[in-house]
Structures are given as C-alpha cells and as structure tokens.
Design a protein around this ligand. Structure first.
Ligand code: M6R
Length: 610
C-alpha cells in the first residue's frame, strides 16, 4: 500500500526522504515521488514509475535540494501506475501533497472544482484534495486553516502531508482512517506512515489519533484533535533496535524472519507464562473478570491472520469448551449476524491497520459484544488503540510481504489466551501444566525444523516446473495447510489449494495426477491413521506426495512419497511447529523460480484500503 515520508529540518532532506521510501518498499507500490522546497522558494518535484531506485537515478541526474519535503510510494487505486498519477500532486506551482487512503466523494468534488476552473492532470482522488486545499488557502492564507477547512469536505480514509511554498518552515499533516506517525528529532521533525521509514533519523515517535491535524515545524509540533482542541500525544521510543529493518546476513527479509522465529516466539511468551502456568494478569488487569464472563468467541481477521484464527478455534473449543466462530473480516462487516450473549470479539492482525479488520471492529463496538480483544504486532496501531484489551505478539517488524513470524507468534499468543480462558472453563491444572510445558519447548522444536533447511531446499526442486499444487491437513493442521498454500501461491505464483484431507474424495481427488504435487502435514495425533488412508488415495492415482511427518507417525519414504521427518511435538502446539517447513518450502521454490520474494507482484504488506 502507499507510503508517506516527510521532513522539516536544517539539513538537506532529499537523502532522508529517499531512504525513508526505500524502507517503505516492502509495503508494495508501483511508483514513487518526492517534492522539496528549494532555497529560491520553489517546489521541485520528481516522480517515476517503478522502483525507488528509478527515482533515485532521476534525482542523481537532477537533484532536489531543500530542507523541507514530502515523498511517497504509490499503490494504484484511482488510475493506472503512471508518472502523472504518482504523488506528490500539486495545485499550481506552490502547493504539494501526498496522500494515503481513498477519498470516496472525489468525483463529486472533482466536478465541482473543475466547474470552478481547476485543471486536472491525473486520474487520482489525491489531486482533488490538492486543489481543494489550494481553494481554501486563497481565502485563509494559512496552510493549517486551509487543510482544516478542506478535510471538512472529505469522505473516506486519508493520511495527508501538505507543503506550501509560501510557508517554507511547516508541514501540515492529518489522519483519518490511515496511519501516520511523527518522528521527533532534535531541531528537526519528520512524518511517515510507518515508523520503520524514519529509523535512520530518530527512534522517538508520536502516533496521531484519528481526526488529528498537526503543524510540524523544525522545533515545534502542535496538534489539534477532531474537535479542534489542542491535543498532547505521547512520545514513545521504538523498541526493536535499529537493525530491525535490515536483512543482515540473509538474502531476503522473508528468510531472516523465518529464522527469527525461535527467538520471537520466546518473546511472545515472556512475562505471560511461568514454567507451568499462564499469568492471566499479563493479559491486562481486566482480563480475569472478562474471561470469566465469556460464553462465546467471535474471531475476525484477514489472510494469514484468519488462518491463525482458524487454528485458535480448534484450541478454544477443545481446551476451553467455549463455542467459537471465525470469519474473514471483509465478509463479516457486510452481513447481518446474530450476536450471542457474552460474546468476546477477537480481532487478529499483524499490522493493526487492515481496513476490513478495522471496519469490522468499529462495527462490533456498536453491536453489543461483551468486549473487543486484539491480537496484534504493531504497537500504537489503530487496532491496538481502539480495542478494549490487547495481546501484543512482539514479533518485531515483519518486512517480507509473506507473513512468517507474525503467524507463529499470533498462534503463540492465541494459545496463551486460550489457556487463560480455559482456566475459567474447567481446564484441569494438570492439563494447563502439560500445555504450558509443551509451549515452552516450541522455540527449540522450531530451531530443529530450521536445521532441515538444506533438505527442504532440495525438495523444493520438484515444484519449480509445476503449475498447481494441493495441500492437505486434518483437524488443526487444516488451517496450517491453508497457510502453506497461501504462502506458496503468494511468493512463487504456483496455484495452490488446501483441503481438509477428509474432503479429498468429495472432489479434489479428480485433480490428482503426476503433475500435481500434494503436500501434507502429519503430526502424530489421533487423526494420523485416517490421514494415512487419504495419502494412499492420492498415491493410487499417481500423485506425488511430500509429507512432513512426525518421526513416530510411521510414514515412510517410498515410491511416490517423500517424507521429511519432524521432531515429536505435542498435538496442541503442532500447528506452530508444522508451519515452519511449509514456509521454507515456499521460500525455496520462489527463490528457484526467481520471483520477488519479499515484494511479490500485486500485493501489499498492509491492506489499508478496502
Ligand atoms: O496485517 P494483517 O494481519 O491484518 O494482514 C492480513 C493479511 O493481509 C495478511 O495476512 C496477508 O494475507 C499476508 N500477505 C499473508 O502473507
């Protein structure tokens, strides 16, 4: 999705803006641009289709010096990726703007502005906002007042940063539905849609609230809230260290993030578990009282986070005996639903800014749920700020578009939550101790799976020339199969479908032939014998099987079956551990195919528009 960076400084900001854009590349984009105000009081703008490197080349040929500026990576929504649609957009020669989000009433505003004589050079909704602010600037003669008046006419979601050549010492920024942070410096200040963009220049951040509008100067930041009242926002330090956004020794962010899993899963557990028990208070002071009342759980999420929710349903119903429903947010938000008494609304999101998940949460808060709990990775995100209770996953920044450590830490957090809920619903102490001890072993087990990397890389060669693949799992491994298929299709572009193995003969078996690799996860649980029969059904049709199986499950490599042995794992924690070989498999297939592993085509890290 689109990214914003801006700076007000004493030093030249072109390099800061370009580096910020590079750090936002992971979010997905199709063009990039930058505008600075030079020493002569003129705005210089550069825009290029394609990568930030193309913009950097253009700026090397024609530099854009200046101590104040705004920059943007665009992910096309209104109008194709082109230079004229790339941001910043300008109204005349004196006003430049960058925008994330979607203006819903842009057509109506565009018609109105055109009738008033404004000329449009792009197909974007953003250019409408530029002209609207310029229109108010004519009467207000103050950028802050002009932006305030203009946003009063906007419907939709936006984060905006605006620069005016007649006010060379200030940026005016605002947010409504799209994230924006202020990076606090010494004698200089910055803005960005994501803290990672600004780590080379500051580690202190202020998160704007919905409806805030801010006046950013070199040595001063003033904020008004949506009611026009002066507002103070906390300044927090970025807690993950400066190398969080570097690949380090790894070839791709995805590989780095896969290998971080033993450490970050441990971090997710920190302070929340003793050697044998869950520390309920660590979920919040209100958690105990709330969990006691919960009679039903409604989970909402998208993509990988939805798969985490599907695993959690197996856990919640098995361990807590509490009914649980799971639905993708984009469906949930547009249908009528019956809310049972004392239902906990649980949303799961890595970014905390996914538009559909946020919309579902906002709707839920008006619909009579008992409370809203968020499982999220990004501190200060909209989801975190708007939920009643939060369990942070503490995975650290995830840069690869394909979710890896975000998923396994979500599962860890969800299992801890399940145990806390189950304790109020008859879980025996003995069972709690057993599962907590199993959970404590997960980082070590994940490390053992990571050691299979070279073997999995070898296995991946069998997929490179295939166009289709099938993933199978049973019970709580079915969502793991879904996640494995999503991972493969997302980064290697091989069509991958996942089925509960018991569904095979109800249709998908028709697809099986020697050109269709079938990937299966087979921990040693009470469904393993049934799974083995399903595997025979595939084998009998000439299908080639790739099975990740528990050493003790007694599945052997033979003709048509390649078995990769996974260390013995408790059936409850198995979904966390069995996800990892599937991540490695898809990673290696994508590398062999030569795709853009960290930034797959057509995808964005955080889907902040509908
Ligand atoms: O940030 P969220 O967890 O809300 O994002 C939800 C999905 O967009 C995300 O999981 C997506 O499916 C990933 N690209 C999967 O790798």
């Amino acid at each position: 999705m689109c990214g914003i960076v801006g700076a007000v400084s004493q030093r030249d900001v072109e390099g800061i803006l370009l580096e910020g854009l590079r750090r936002l590349e992971y979010r997905g984009y199709d063009s990039a641009g930058l505008a600075t105000l030079n020493g002569e009081g003129n705005i210089h703008r550069a825009r290029e289709v394609g990568k930030v490197a193309a913009l950097a080349d253009a700026l090397a040929a024609q530099p854009s010096p200046g101590t104040i500026g705004i920059a943007h990576t665009r992910w096309a929504t209104h109008g194709e990726p082109s230079q004229s649609n790339a941001h910043p957009h300008m109204s005349g020669e004196r006003l430049a703007i960058v925008h994330n989000g979607i203006i819903e009433n842009y057509q109506e505003l565009r018609d109105q502005l055109r009738a008033e004589g404004y000329q449009f050079t792009s197909q974007t909704d953003t250019e409408v906002v530029a002209h609207l602010i310029e229109k108010f600037y004519r009467t207000e003669q103050d950028l802050f007042k002009a932006v305030t008046a203009a946003i009063g006419q906007l419907r939709g979601a936006y984060a905006l940063a605006v620069l005016h050549a007649d006010e060379p010492d200030r940026l005016v920024v605002c947010r409504e539905g799209s994230p924006l942070v202020i990076g606090v410096g010494i004698g200089e200040n910055f803005i960005a849609s994501d803290q990672l963009a600004l780590l080379p220049v500051t580690d202190r951040f202020m998160v704007l609230e919905e409806g805030d509008i801010a006046d950013i100067r070199r040595d001063q930041i003033s904020i008004l809230d949506r009611n026009g009242e002066p507002a103070e926002r906390d300044v927090n330090r970025f807690e993950h260290g400066q190398d969080a956004a570097d690949k380090g020794e790894y070839r791709h962010f995805m590989l780095k993030e896969i290998h971080e899993q033993p450490a970050v899963i441990k971090t997710t557990m920190e302070g929340r578990l003793t050697d044998s028990h869950v520390l309920e208070q660590a979920l919040g002071t209100e958690a105990g009282k709330l969990l006691e009342d919960v009679r039903h759980v409604q989970i909402i999420a998208c993509g990988t986070s939805y798969h985490a929710g599907m695993v959690a349903r197996y856990w919640i119903e098995e361990l807590a005996g509490v009914p649980c429903s799971v639905e993708v947010a984009s469906e949930f938000r547009y249908r009528k639903h019956v809310i049972q008494k004392d239902t906990l609304f649980l949303c799961i999101s890595q970014s905390g800014e996914t538009a559909d998940t946020l919309a579902a949460l906002r709707q839920a808060k008006k619909s009579g749920f008992r409370a809203a709990l968020a499982v999220c990775n990004v501190p200060g995100s909209s989801l975190v700020r708007e939920s009643d209770l939060v369990i942070m996953t503490h995975a650290g920044p995830e840069i690869g578009v394909a979710s890896t450590k975000a998923f396994t830490t979500q599962l860890t957090a969800l299992l801890i939550f399940t145990l806390a809920l189950a304790r109020h619903n008859g879980l025996t102490e003995e069972k709690e101790v057993e599962i907590v001890q199993a959970l404590r072993q997960v980082p070590g087990q994940v490390a053992e799976v990571l050691a299979l990397d070279a073997d999995i890389q070898q296995l991946s060669e069998a997929f490179v020339d295939k166009n289709h693949s099938l993933f199978l799992g049973r019970g709580s491994q079915y969502p793991v199969a879904l996640e494995g298929a999503l991972r493969l299709k997302e980064i290697s572009y091989i069509h991958a479908e996942a089925y509960p193995a018991g569904e095979l003969k109800h249709g998908p078996l028709a697809l099986v032939d020697s050109e269709m690799p079938v990937v299966t996860v087979a921990p040693n649980n009470d469904l393993v014998e049934k799974l083995k029969s399903n595997l025979e059904e595939v084998r009998a049709r000439g299908g080639e099987l790739f099975v990740f199986a528990d050493r003790e499950a007694n599945v052997k490599t033979e003709d048509g079956i390649h078995v990769m042995q996974i260390p013995p794992v408790h059936p409850i924690t198995a979904p966390i551990v069995y996800t990892v070989p599937l991540q490695l498999l898809s990673y290696h297939v994508a590398v062999l195919k030569g795709t853009d592993v960290d930034q797959p085509r057509n995808l964005a890290k955080s889907v902040t528009v509908e």
